[in-house]
Design a protein around this ligand. Structure first.
Ligand code: NAI
Ligand code: MG
Length: 363
């Protein structure tokens, strides 16, 4: 294999995972046919991995994931696996691969498609043109801080406690990811913290300002997290890139995802220090619609776009995928999750085929 060949590991996952992944593979096939140096192979993760190899993140997947240049993942989990012991449950597969590959930066765009304006809970005029990217630190903060546990207070009550902490290197590396992402976009970065109350946040802000000196072309601003939550609803278009810690990012990214409408539309990336990444839709395995050709494959297809942009530096291919998705929406193609009452509905495969058609004609 030549040095430039990009190797992609595909982990279809469970329930609708393989269905939406099949459509993403069709997109890869279009680019491969155009001569792009990409190759891919398949592996198991989650429930499918437990069934095939007895573990949700088996050694075969581990080896392939470490060797790959990027990973595409469908969702994992579902009722079939709910009775399994915790250690082999599908979610352990996701946590395992994130930890193993050091995927500390979670990127989640929230984008309002004009054709879907009616699907947003906000007024169309508030979200028209909305294009926000949330960069969430994924491996630190209060979720992993020690000590944590239960103890007795002096006056004999039970209490629970957790510890929030961030080290300078942890803040620096997420800062660089966020500034670089802003550079590929509209060059504005808003760092979200709770600096008025938390020592962790004071350090966070100091480091953001310091790292910002390396990116004089990016405008850095700061918001307290409570205000940021409010601003996302009040005037979401003021944002380009938002960077924040694990806890605040968990909440703000879910909030932002709803602005744009359907869960079936939103991709995500989880990156390591070298822009190796794992790309997946933000939705789950949707057992309620699995096996019926009903799932919206666009979040998975847009995840392929993010892979080209962030792992392979191919913004041109990412833009073509974005444009193809816009075109099929403009043409009125709708899976059930994004259809308004009375609109005709197409299936997973038909939506994938429509994107492929739009891509072929966009070369
Ligand atoms: P979900 O995201 O799978 O489904 C929520 C609702 O959205 C359902 O009504 C579903 O039909 C719909 N939906 C989701 N994706 C869709 C798509 N592409 N097209 C059309 N409709 C779509 O969340 P839920 O039901 O809470 O979880 C189901 C399973 O997925 C659980 O086992 C959960 O643990 C797992 N899950 C896995 C994730 C991952 O692998 N990253 C993330 C979230 C949940
Ligand atoms: Mg969450």
């Amino acid at each position: 294999t030549p040095e430039t060949m990009k190797n992609i590991l595909i982990l279809p996952g469970d329930y609708i995972g393989p269905e939406v992944m099949a459509e993403a593979v069709k997109v890869l096939e279009v680019f491969k046919a155009e001569g792009e140096p990409i190759a891919w192979s398949f592996g198991h993760l989650g429930g499918a991995a437990y069934e095939a190899e007895g573990h949700p993140y088996p050694p075969s997947t581990q080896q392939a994931a470490r060797a790959a240049d990027a990973i595409l993942m469908g969702a994992v989990g579902g009722p079939k696996y709910d009775g399994l012991p915790r250690a082999v449950r599908p979610e352990q597969g996701i946590l395992g691969i994130r930890k193993d590959l050091g995927l500390f930066a979670n990127l989640r765009p929230a984008l309002a498609y004009e054709a879907l304006a009616a699907a947003s809970p906000l007024k169309p005029e508030l979200i028209a043109g909305l294009d926000v990217l949330i960069v969430r630190e994924l491996t630190g903060d209060i979720y992993f801080g020690q000590p944590r546990g239960r103890r007795k207070t002096a006056d004999g009550h039970d209490e629970g406690y957790d510890t929030m902490h961030y080290s300078v290197p942890e803040i620096e590396r997420i800062a660089h990811v966020a500034f670089q992402a802003a550079r590929k976009r509209r060059r504005r970065l808003c760092s979200v913290d709770k600096e008025n109350v938390l020592e962790t946040s004071r350090l966070w802000r100091e480091v953001m300002i310091r790292v910002g000196r390396d990116y004089p072309d990016v405008e850095l601003t700061h918001l307290y997290v409570d205000n940021a939550a409010m601003q996302l609803i009040k005037n979401p278009r003021q944002f380009d890139v938002i960077v924040t810690g694990n806890l605040f990012g968990d909440i703000l990214s879910d909030e932002a995802s709803q602005l744009a409408g359907s869960i079936g539309m939103l991709p995500s990336a989880s990156l390591d220090a070298n822009n190796k990444g794992l790309y997946e839709p933000i939705h789950g395995s949707a057992p309620d619609i699995a096996g019926q050709n009903k799932a919206n494959p666009l979040a998975m297809i847009l995840s392929v776009g993010m892979m080209f942009k962030y792992s392979f530096g191919r913004t041109d291919l990412a833009d073509r995928i974005d444009a193809a998705v816009r075109k099929v929406l403009q043409d009125g193609k709708r899976t059930g999750d994004i259809a308004q009452p009375g609109e005709p509905v197409i299936g997973t495969q038909e939506m994938g085929a429509a994107v492929v058609d739009a891509l072929r004609t966009s070369k």
